[in-house]
Write a new protein. Structure first.
Length: 350
């Protein structure tokens, strides 16, 4: 279920702590084209750290978003992340069929901190080494309680989740479709959300590992509200650059930078751990997406503090869309926020 990869149109729905993002892609001969797009902000505290605190509000906003975009939408591809999801990678002897399933299940039992009866497992063969007759397996385990709560939420909203992915793999899907993966360059993809930051590494041209950091832009929003005595709506406008005449920009910059220490610390630890595990000297490139990519001054500060060259990910780079059709949203300006739903909508549903 987690890795399902064919209807002509697929809808990716990203349920974030701050907002809902929906992208519908049509599979064309040339690739993909956006046929529907929508964003709806959630009330503050409706979702905190991947936990739905106000279920009725989330369901209402999902239904409202669908009604705005296309009331006929029923089937969606969604994703989960955070504490309820575990990923791991390991080598096993090259096998197929039931033998491979048994070997993978055995490894899962040894590696998962949860009882295998309490999780939903899926796997993907990353690569096969014909010389050693070994294959590298990527294992994903999602806690049933966590997974089922999201599925039930969607069903109650009148939707059918046809694929459940994880945020980090949707991120990779969007990146791989729009950019060439350089095997000579160690790249880290950083998708900075409101409460969770997804980190995924590409090493020697292949997926290496992923990690979720339990911090995002929420602290930045909170700091701006406190410093300038604004409500949540006005803090959002300040971050979007809509209050330049009424807010001192130097003070805004200082507030944003001082609020990023937890994010910086989490990324430094994650990068250090990766370099130790992969025996890599350095990270050559960082690609930033999510709402954090749109926070003023933040990308430049991350590049400076982490000493890694940075670019902003554009998940619509190789995707057709009519700017006139979505003029009110200005997709080119908010593209980094659409990374996860674009990656989800690229999944081919059986």
């Amino acid at each position: 279920m987690l890795f399902s990869r064919s209807s002509k149109t697929t809808v990716g729905l990203d349920i974030g702590a701050n907002s809902l993002k929906l992208v519908q892609l049509e599979n064309t001969k040339a690739g993909h084209a956006v046929t529907a797009l929508g964003i709806r902000e959630l009330p503050p505290e409706a979702i905190v750290s991947d936990e739905v605190k106000d279920r009725d509000a989330v369901i209402y906003n999902i239904q409202s978003l669908i009604d705005e975009v296309d009331p006929k939408i029923k089937n969606v591809v969604v994703s989960i992340s955070g504490y309820g999801v575990i990923t791991d990678k390991f080598m096993i002897d090259k096998k197929s069929g039931s033998e491979a399933e048994q070997a993978i299940l055995f490894e899962a039992e040894q590696r998962s901190p949860f009882d295998v009866e309490d999780v939903t497992l899926d796997h993907h063969v990353v690569r096969v080494d014909e010389e050693t007759k070994k294959q590298e397996i990527l294992l994903v385990a999602a806690r049933n309680e966590f997974l089922n709560s999201y599925i039930e939420l969607l069903l109650d909203a009148g939707l059918q989740p046809v694929v459940v992915d994880i945020d980090a793999f949707a991120l990779l899907n969007a990146y791989a479709h729009n950019y060439d993966i350089d095997p000579e360059r160690t790249t880290v993809l950083v998708n900075m959300g409101y409460d969770v930051t997804n980190v995924l590494y590409l090493y020697n041209g292949l997926y290496h590992s992923t990690r979720d950091i339990s911090s995002g832009t929420r602290e930045i929003y909170n700091s701006i509200q406190k410093e300038f005595r604004l409500n949540a709506e006005l803090a959002g406008k300040a971050i979007k650059g809509e209050m330049k005449d009424s807010i001192d920009q130097d003070m805004l910059k200082a507030t944003i930078i001082s609020a990023t220490e937890e994010i910086i610390s989490g990324l430094e630890m994650a990068f250090s751990y990766f370099k130790t595990q992969a025996k890599a000297d350095k990270l050559d490139w960082m690609v930033l997406s999510g709402g954090g990519a749109l926070v003023p001054y933040l990308p430049e500060f991350l590049q400076s503090r982490l000493s890694v060259p940075l670019e902003i990910l554009n998940p619509l780079r190789n995707i057709d869309y009519d700017p006139e059709m979505f003029q009110y949203l200005e997709p080119e300006k908010i593209a980094p926020m659409l990374t996860v739903p674009v990656g989800l909508a690229m999944r081919k549903v059986r």
